[in-house]
Design a protein. Structure first.
Length: 94
């Protein structure tokens, strides 16, 4: 899986829910993030609300997550690195 899925609450997700979040996140990334945005933010991270389709870019996963706020209750967040494999900086634990 290219990206990571998370929720605003600390509930446990089933494998099916995780798969759905990941597939929706990748679909939204492919369909809504323009090629120009992908070039402009290459190497950065994107956080995507898979329920309403909003997204935000950041220098690291936490930065992208914070720029996406607020995330409504019941919504899920998907994150991925743009153009490069996912790599969390050492100072950030996901």
């Amino acid at each position: 899986m290219e990206g990571k899925a998370s929720s605003t609450t600390s509930r446990t997700l089933t494998p099916e829910q995780r798969d759905w979040i990941a597939s929706e996140g990748e679909r939204i990334f492919s369909e809504r993030v323009s090629e120009e945005e992908k070039r402009q933010h290459h190497g950065q991270y994107v956080a995507i609300d898979v329920v309403d389709g909003r997204y935000a870019f950041g220098a690291d996963p936490l930065d992208a997550h914070e720029r996406l706020q607020p995330i409504p209750e019941g919504h899920f967040e998907f994150g991925r690195r743009i153009g490069l494999p996912f790599r969390a900086p050492r100072s950030i634990r996901l």
